[in-house]
Design a protein around this ligand. Structure first.
Ligand code: 5RP
Length: 225
């Protein structure tokens, strides 16, 4: 199976976690796009969604799924999103699609994070994928020096030759060369640095379940217990 087929498989499998009658939290990315397509078949059984990006909002609305502002709704039953990496405890690196801040907000609003990913995302230690960090632009150089002190190399993410601007009007640093062996502590520490909006380690908002697309089919990894 191709990576695209694995993404379709887990996107469809995630429908089993959508609670009829409840608003669903929706992430961002190519795997989530498969989920959104599948969610279209359930649109009459849910009031709508809370979205983590302008891109996902546009896709949801195109399928006739109502998108609620996060402030309009209370706790969500479930948040469904992809990951750039996921370790053996459900901690993740996210933000490859630059939507990490809104993703973390919607994930925090949900009782359960269901991660959908193909098997290439499963790692032993987080850090192989460049760690996305959303930053206030004036702090980018200072934050880059702090990562250098940890052995990392931070690069400003560009789009069409210009700094990428997130949905929140900020910039993204992608940091290579880190091995994140204590994700909870790392996330807490980096989030305290002045100018960091969101670090793309999801340990406080880790996955409760991962639907992993493998050659043998969808494997459910349960991290809740
Ligand atoms: C976007 C994300 C995505 O979930 C992550 O990048 C995985 O994307 P894809 O499903 O396209 O591999 O965090 O900010």
């Amino acid at each position: 199976m191709t990576q695209d087929e694995l993404k379709t498989l887990v996107g469809q499998a995630a429908l089993a976690h959508v609670v009829p009658g409840e608003i669903v939290g929706v992430g961002t990315g190519s795997t989530v796009n498969k989920f959104i397509e599948a969610l279209g078949t359930m649109r009459d059984r849910i009031p709508g969604a809370v979205s983590s990006s302008e891109a996902s909002t546009a896709r949801l609305q195109a399928l006739g799924i109502r998108v609620f502002d996060a402030n309009e709704v209370g706790e969500l039953a479930v948040y469904i999103d992809g990951a750039d990496e996921i370790d053996g405890t459900g901690c993740m690196i996210k933000g490859g699609g630059a939507a990490l801040t809104r993703e973390k907000i919607v994930a925090a609003q949900a009782r359960k994070f269901v991660c959908i990913a193909d098997e290439s995302k499963r790692v032993e230690v987080l850090g192989g994928f460049p760690l996305p960090v959303e930053v206030i632009p004036m702090a980018a150089a200072h934050i880059s020096r702090r990562f250098a002190a940890l052995g990392g190399t931070a690069r400003l993410r560009l789009k069409d030759g210009q700094p990428l601007v997130t949905d929140n009007g900020q910039h993204i640093l992608d940091v290579t060369g880190l091995k994140i062996r204590q994700p909870l502590q790392f996330e807490s520490d980096v989030n305290q640095w002045p100018g960091v909006v969101t670090v793309g380690v999801f340990a406080h908002q880790k996955a409760a379940v991962c639907l992993l697309g493998t050659a043998a089919g969808v494997v459910t990894l349960d991290y809740a217990s």
